[in-house]
Design a binder for this molecule. Sequence first.
Ligand SMILES: [Zn+2]
Length: 340
Amino acid sequence: MEDLVVELSGSYRQQGRQHGEALAAVIQEIVSEVVTWEKFEQPERVEWVMGLLETNLRDLAPGVLEEIQGIAEGSGLPYRDILALNVIADIWQAQRFCSAMGWADTPDGPIIGKTNDIGQHKEKYHQPFRRRSGDGLPAVWATWPGTVWSNCFVNERGLAFGGASLGMQARNERGIGSNCMLRVIMDRCGTVEEVVKLCDRIPVMHHPAHNVYCDLQGTLAALELTPEGTYVCQGPGVSYARATNHFCPGPFEGRDSGEQRHIENSKKRFANLQRLAETLPHTVEGMLDVVRDHAPEGQICQHGNADMWSSTAYVAVPSQRRLLIGRGQPCEAQFMEVVL
Ligand SMILES: [Zn+2]
């Protein structure tokens, strides 16, 4: 695994170039798989969403935009394609992917587990990175090659994150892509309290997210990050927090968009995560059992349930600045570690 890790350092522009150079071939493959200009139903809307991302990143997180430019330069791919890749979740309005859970009370302090449900044979989409110096807080994280996102991270100050997608018909033309927002949080925040403050200051554009964060002060919370604002739906002061793909009771409850069968699948996983949190030992091993779970109702490691397949899983251990990554179906994957 260590030889898979891409090391970044220096300015945001330099980090982007290093990322683009190291992963040029796989970024090219991913761009050709997802940035399908000929298949976008409303190309003018895609251009509009890309324009919003560019303008709003320039205002709110210019380093991240520099990094996108660096990725294009390093990979030799058109800037327009890399920008479209970075806003693809807001173009697609994907809403049905992933589960996440945090435990506040393990012998190793708070930890987070997460599955990623983007489909079968998607290992190449789960790339580990490490930054020990340069712009942004030092961190270990994983994301799609070519993106300034973060699927799961632990940073130097001990903030950890894992999340899941939500669906909602809403937009904020002043916002940035929520996947890019995760990188802004990783780069700037060290505590859950700082995350909540930053989310109140920087809006997200379209794609809402159900995010679990924990920090070294022992704070654990789940947030609903939406174009209409952020809501802390669980914690602080809880021993566990969960995230699947529907809104919790609160201001956004019932606003879920998308197909009913996906919402039902999400609710079953949410209930199963509660059962697992209440029955499994709160340890790193216990969390590995969560991401590999095959319960008859609401299984977390998905095998085609409502067309969802788990393609990777993570466990973040902030006290050790350690990320465990199992690429492939979580029940079969070998978990390897990346340490800051
Ligand atoms: Zn499985």
